[in-house]
Every structure is written in structure tokens, then in C-alpha cells.
Design a protein around this ligand. Structure first.
Ligand code: BEZ
Length: 211
């Protein structure tokens, strides 16, 4: 099933390393990141899960719940966690879904048969408090993801959910942002009383609201 930006993401029940969950209920009012990794006891995945565990306080600070998934069974997740702690210095501190019957992988189109019939690709789904898809990413098994980038884009998604702005290329939290073209100069005077810089009529830079 293809899930597009703005769609309500599929709900499901699943076994996880922190007990059974119903996904939408588990998300509650939080933002969420659901990410798949291809296979337990593989090198790139081991580094990725260590990185997510290291960055967990950063996800918490943004009110984002993180949950991983692979098609491996629950007992394999528990055993692998020991290796992640030993080699990466961080044990998984977030739930991992066991999806051996591929129910969730199928719902979220995480198996791409021309890449692999048996393993998921590296999918990322960022879900808003309204349960709608805000961003998705797909990486191949050979390329570990940059979870700092996922935090960076969550900063953008959370900012632009609150204010009539967009974020430029390579933007980081605290840097100037763009007034969206649908806001007229008249309306911008009310929204951004501190003023802005017009580089082109369609490119108006303003200090990040709330900073
Ligand atoms: C890895 O995590 O290193 C990996 C997983 C599946 C296929 C290839 C590499």
C-alpha cells in the first residue's frame, strides 16, 4: 500500500520488545517515527539502532516517540540488543516491532521485491499528532541513515506546522526561515512585526519565529 504525505497512516497491532501495542493508541498525542531495518545481527543495522538509542533524549525533547521494526522474531530482538549495547555503547531504549508475518511491513510497503523479497528496506515514516504522514524516506540496505538529519527535518516539520514559514536548504534550528509565498506582504506585517528581508518578491527571509 502506498502511503502519501497527508494520509492518515495505517493503524495496526503488533508485538514489540516493550509488549503488545496498538500503533495509533501508542502514539497518543505525540509525533512518531516508525522506521524499519532490514535484518537483525547485520552490521549497518547494528550501528543505526545504537545511534537511535543515543539520540533518544533528542526525540523525547521534541515529543517524538520512536519505534523500530524488522521481520525478525521477538526473541531475536532481545538477543541482538546485547550486541548493540556491547558494540555501540547504547542498548535500544525504544520499542522494536517483531513483524515475522510481515503484516506491518506490508501495510507500510516496506518490502521492495526488486531490492529483497525477504527483508524490509530502510523506511522512515514521520507521523504528526493528527496521525497523518508528514515525511517518508527510503534507503537501501547498504546505506545507514543519518538520524541527525531526521531530527533536523522534524524541527522543520514542527516549526512549519505552527507558523506560515518554510525552511531553506540545509536549514538548522535557529537560522532564518522563509515566509511562504501564500502570505501577502500585508498579512506578513501582522505575522512578522519585526520585519523581514526581501531578496526577491517570492523570497522573503525572516528570523525563526519563537527564537
Ligand atoms: C546491514 O545492516 O549491514 C545489512 C542488512 C541487510 C543487508 C545488507 C546489509
Amino acid at each position: 500500500m502506498t502511503i502519501r504525505l497527508g494520509d492518515v497512516v495505517p493503524d495496526f497491532t503488533a508485538e514489540t520488545t516493550e509488549g503488545p501495542i496498538r500503533f495509533h493508541e501508542w502514539l497518543g498525542d505525540s509525533w512518531g517515527v516508525l522506521f524499519s531495518h532490514p535484518k537483525n545481527f547485520t552490521p549497518v543495522c547494528t550501528t543505526e539502532l545504537g545511534q537511535v538509542a543515543r539520540l533518544k533524549p533528542e526525540f523525547d525533547r521534541r515529543h517524538v516517540k520512536v519505534i523500530g521494526l524488522s521481520v525478525d522474531p521477538l526473541d531475536a530482538h532481545a538477543k541482538w540488543a546485547e550486541d548493540i549495547a556491547e558494540t555501540q555503547g547504547y542498548a535500544p531504549n525504544f520499542p522494536l516491532i517483531a513483524d515475522p508475518d510481515r503484516t506491518v511491513s506490508g501495510l507500510y510497503d516496506m518490502i521492495h521485491p526488486n531490492a529483497s523479497d525477504t527483508m524490509t528496506v530502510r523506511s522512515v515514516f514521520v507521523v504528526g499528532p493528527d496521525k497523518k504522514l508528514k515525511l517518508s524516506l527510503t534507503y537501501p540496505a547498504s546505506a545507514g541513515r543519518n538520524f541527525d538529519e531526521i531530527l533536523r527535518v522534524i524541527d522543520s516539520l514542527q516549526l512549519t506546522a505552527q507558523h506560515a514559514v518554510a525552511t531553506p536548504a540545509n536549514w538548522k534550528d535557529g537560522e532564518d526561515v522563509i515566509i511562504v509565498p501564500s502570505v501577502s506582504d500585508e498579512a506578513a506585517k501582522e505575522k512578522f512585526p519585526g520585519g523581514w528581508k526581501t531578496l526577491k518578491p517570492y523570497l522573503r527571509m525572516v528570523p525563526q519565529p519563537g527564537k
